[in-house]
Design a protein around this ligand. Structure first.
Ligand SMILES: Cc1ncc(COP(=O)(O)O)c(C=O)c1O
Length: 487
């Protein structure tokens, strides 16, 4: 066991500690050229020795293989991370994205070429528009949060074009994901917090009081991050529109709506999809992901360029967009991720996509039914959507916290749910099983959580014991993160 800095406790030795003197992974042949000294070769540029460990080839291979196994993955186990939705990535989509014609396509290929890929992207655009009830979709953004930024830029461009540049504020419910206010701030919009009502939903009277001529619009997550469907969503959208604002829909939770309801039908003007949450693509840590943005016709002229259009049976990029806000991403977005989303959508078809949603909601409500006698369920009067929200209120009486339960789940071999989010609910555990999990997995998970909830604080405080990393001092790790190994 190795007590590291920032409270990190590694339960296994790391590479740097395994290194020995003069161990070699390769045997190079004798040099048959004149030997130039490091000093002659590099002169004053010679760095001090980086002090790298010396290891044999098998030791290096085992080290990296072991590191890869420390990574918890969906291919390895249940990953019920609420709000972040870790969806199983079907292997068929990997095969499709790696087909030579797609994987080797070059963004500078001549006009008129790559018709197969362009048609796929065009179809994906249209499928996403159909699924969401929007008029058109832009595939460029590289993540959901990037889609948020683009959506807000479009809202600003719309108001400015109409000469309504006083609208510099955006309403965001207090249960929203942190990326919503950050996107607003990057877009030079002031984020104004809209307090939720006691039932966890948007309160129409409060909204009515807060809407004024400075408000550019509202960012709504539906179902919201408490896993509740905004039942008055149509009235909310109507009210915002009546006062000159636009409605941004954070589509992170589309997994509870696909094939059942469409944001475009209940009043959204612009939304983003998180392809990893809904269409089973890899997440990409906000990096090589995708966050397509759907818009109603009023925002279409402002979309980033180029846009894909079909002319005379051919699909081509169109840069002739005088009112476009410009570009938000090099080339055309993360095409490999978009191919995976297209594959998922086309392999399920309309009926399969609807069933996906129904299964996701059923799985969450099944877990809720298993757990509600043992844990506090806030806003119990509403049915859960695709994720179930619990708190540690009852276990707190026994000095057991949400954090203890999460660490206990790691010890039991699970990825913990999202904890202490949404911020509006104390001691929150947000559990999202997704549609692919079996009844047996859900039963076992619920049983494990129930048993952990009955344990005492001292027993849980020592966990995890067998995971690669033990308890972290969360405050130190946050305030003084150590991002590289120090012997
Ligand atoms: C509700 C909500 N909105 C936005 C985002 C941001 O999405 P992304 O991680 O793709 O940037 C997330 C991410 O988990 C989310 O849960």
């Amino acid at each position: 066991m190795n007590p590291g800095k920032a409270g990190l406790v590694f339960h296994e030795p790391l590479l740097f500690e395994l290194g020995g003197q003069n161990k070699r992974g390769v045997e190079l042949p004798e040099m048959d050229l004149p030997i130039i000294s490091d000093e002659e070769l590099l002169g004053g540029n010679l760095r001090q020795s980086p002090n790298l460990p010396e290891l044999s080839e098998p030791e290096v291979v085992r080290h990296f293989t072991r590191l890869s196994q420390w990574n918890y993955s969906l291919d390895g186990g249940f990953y019920p991370l609420g709000s972040c939705t870790m969806k199983y990535n079907p292997k068929m989509a990997e095969v499709a994205a790696n087909l030579d014609g797609f994987a080797q396509a070059h963004p500078y290929a001549p006009h008129g070429s790559n018709q197969g890929l362009k048609r796929l992207l065009f179809e994906l655009q249209n499928d996403l528009a159909e699924i969401s009830g929007m008029d058109t979709v832009c595939l460029h953004p590289a993540a959901g949060s990037h889609g948020e930024l683009l959506g807000l830029m479009l809202i600003r461009a719309y108001h400015n074009h109409r000469g309504d540049s006083a609208r510099t504020q955006i309403l965001i419910p207090d249960s929203a994901h942190g990326t919503n206010p950050s996107s607003a701030s990057i877009c030079h919009l002031d984020a104004i917090t809209l307090p939720s009502g006691p039932d966890g939903l948007i309160d129409l009277n409060t909204l009515d009081q807060m809407m004024n001529e400075k408000i550019a619009g509202i960012m709504i997550t539906n179902p919201n991050t408490c896993g509740l469907f905004e039942e008055r969503i149509k009235e909310v959208c109507d009210l915002v529109h009546a006062r000159g604002g636009l409605v941004y829909l954070d589509g992170a939770n589309m997994n509870a709506m696909v094939g059942v309801t469409r944001p475009g039908d209940f009043g959204a003007d612009v939304l983003h999809f998180n392809t990893h949450k809904t269409f089973a693509t890899p997440h990409g840590g906000g990096g090589p992901g995708a966050g397509p943005v759907g818009v109603k016709a009023i925002l279409e002229p402002f979309l980033p360029k180029p846009v894909l259009v079909e002319r005379n049976g051919k699909v081509e990029w169109n840069n002739d967009r005088p009112r476009s806000i410009g570009k938000v991403r090099s080339f055309y977005g993360n095409v490999g991720v978009l191919i995976r989303a297209w594959t998922y959508i086309r392999s399920l078809g309309p009926k399969g996509l609807r069933q996906m949603t129904l299964n996701a909601v059923t799985n969450a409500n099944y877990l809720k039914a298993l757990l509600e006698d043992h844990f506090e369920v806030p806003f119990k009067q509403h049915r859960a959507m695709h994720e179930v929200l619990l708190t540690d209120k009852r276990q707190k009486e026994n000095h057991v916290s949400t954090l203890d339960l999460a660490k206990g789940l790691i010890e039991a071999g699970y990825h913990p749910p999202t904890i202490y989010f949404p911020l509006v609910v104390e001691g929150a555990m947000l559990i999202e099983p997704t549609e692919t999990e079996s009844k047996e997995t859900l039963d076992q998970f619920a049983q494990t959580l129930i048993e952990l909830g009955k344990k005492g604080h001292d027993e849980l405080a020592a966990l995890p014991k067998t995971a690669a990393v033990g308890r972290v001092d969360e405050v130190l790790a946050n305030r003084k993160p150590i991002l590289r190994w120090e012997a």
